[in-house]
Ligand binder design. Structure first.
Ligand code: PLP
Length: 393
């Protein structure tokens, strides 16, 4: 059975061009980029080319790019650096809907005595800007707010939020793991100090990430060791991963228009048709301020996990929350923060598309899903109670 992959916010397929760019650096060109000989030197040159490609995707300077192992490392490195360079400050401002790479780190820091303020979102997942500004204090060491949410795709006004943080003299970090490569990012036109990217969300392999650190920002390394990355991240470089990421960033720059036209069109067709033909279904998250590839839909009175299992029988891959939280039966902290009722939150499915999806695939999901929902609802006591009470009203 053919796999129909609509789970691109969890991870993406490595682009064929990216794989081709990487292969020689596994097979033949295995020199250490720090070596004095030219066998290593040619790898160093290719890494510096990849740094330029990554910088170009976000309008940064090459020396503002630090290669890391993943988005989680980038988030940890950014927040810990801000704390280390502002040791007298003990307060962090973040949001209620961050990925665990930020949320769980903040929970761990709170156990070590840091004070954490988690700013609320409204019913559409949009950040409460008034609460955000009121939450900044003279003791705030750093603000960390995601650019786009991994579960709903909702976009936060991080450029504006960074300006506000700066008015209070506070450094600003954003987790751009889901937005990089999907929407335009230009670090020349904002004041964000640090930004995280993960390779495997934009058609590079797993195990490679970027931390952008603006020139002039005080930085304290997370991994201390050799002089790699100008002493900002010790450890022999993951040369094939870095070269793959560079290639993926170049491809993503060229595909941004397609993300926002063709991919968005397919997402909208899927979403609009499903909510039209399936009763008691609803899109979660603001539909204007949203990534072009993401749709989070609740099908009331049934379990998201059951929907996933039945879709899986047809080869359709989606998700019921973030990749890290699916597998547990806890309702998503993101939908909870948005006040989505329990009966809706439990039946939520995230579809996340990529440039590799086709209209035929979307049509197949539109055909396959309604009978699955109907079948599950016919077995749901909540659904028959709801139908009963509708009749008696
Ligand atoms: N931040 C966000 C918003 C994510 O969606 C993810 C992964 O799902 C991460 C951080 C973690 O990235 P990585 O898997 O590269 O550690």
């Amino acid at each position: 059975m053919k796999t129909l992959y609509l789970d691109n916010n969890a991870t993406t397929q490595v682009a064929p061009e990216v794989l081709d760019a990487m292969l020689p650096y596994f097979r033949d060109l295995y020199g250490n980029p720090s070596s004095m000989h030219s066998f290593g030197g040619q790898v160093a040159k290719k890494i510096s080319n990849a740094r330029e490609q990554a910088a170009a995707l976000i309008g940064a300077l090459p020396d503002e790019i630090i290669f890391t192992s993943c988005g989680t490392e980038s988030d940890n490195a950014a927040i810990r650096s801000a704390l280390a360079t502002n040791p007298e400050k003990r307060h962090i401002v973040t949001s209620r809907v961050e990925h665990p790479a930020v949320k769980a780190l903040c929970a761990s820091l709170s156990r070590q005595g840091y004070k954490i303020t988690e700013v609320s979102v409204d019913k559409n997942g949009l950040l409460d800007m008034e609460q955000y500004e009121n939450g900044l204090t003279p003791d705030t060491a750093v603000v960390s707010l995601m650019w786009a949410n991994n579960e709903t795709g909702v976009i936060f006004p991080v450029e504006k939020a960074a300006e506000i943080a700066h008015m209070h003299g506070i450094p600003f970090h954003t987790d751009a793991v889901q937005s990089a490569g999907k929407i335009p990012i230009n670090m020349k036109s904002n004041v964000i100090d640090m930004l995280s990217i993960s390779g495997h969300k934009l058609h590079a392999p797993k195990g490679i990430g970027v931390l952008y650190v603006r020139r002039g920002t005080r930085f304290s390394p997370f991994l201390i060791g050799g002089h790699q990355e100008k002493g900002r991240r010790g450890g022999t470089e993951n040369s094939p991963g870095i070269i793959g990421l560079g290639s993926a960033c170049e491809l993503a720059s060229g595909n941004l228009d397609m993300e926002n036209t063709r991919v968005k069109g397919l997402r909208d067709k899927l979403e609009n048709t499903l909510i039209k033909i399936i009763p008691q279904s609803k899109v979660n998250g603001d539909r204007t301020h949203r990534l072009p590839n993401t749709s989070n839909i609740s099908f009331e009175y049934i379990e998201g996990e059951a929907i996933l299992l039945l879709m899986n029988e047809h080869g359709i891959c989606a998700s019921s929350g973030s990749a890290c939280t699916s597998g547990s039966l806890q309702p998503s902290h993101v939908l909870h923060a948005m006040g989505v009722p329990f009966t809706m939150a439990h039946g939520s499915i995230r579809f996340s598309l990529s440039i590799y999806n086709t209209e035929e695939e979307i049509d197949l999901v539109i055909k396959t899903l309604p009978p699955i929902i109907e079948r599950l609802r016919s077995m749901s006591p909540f659904w028959s109670n709801a139908a009963q009470s509708c009749k008696s009203e």
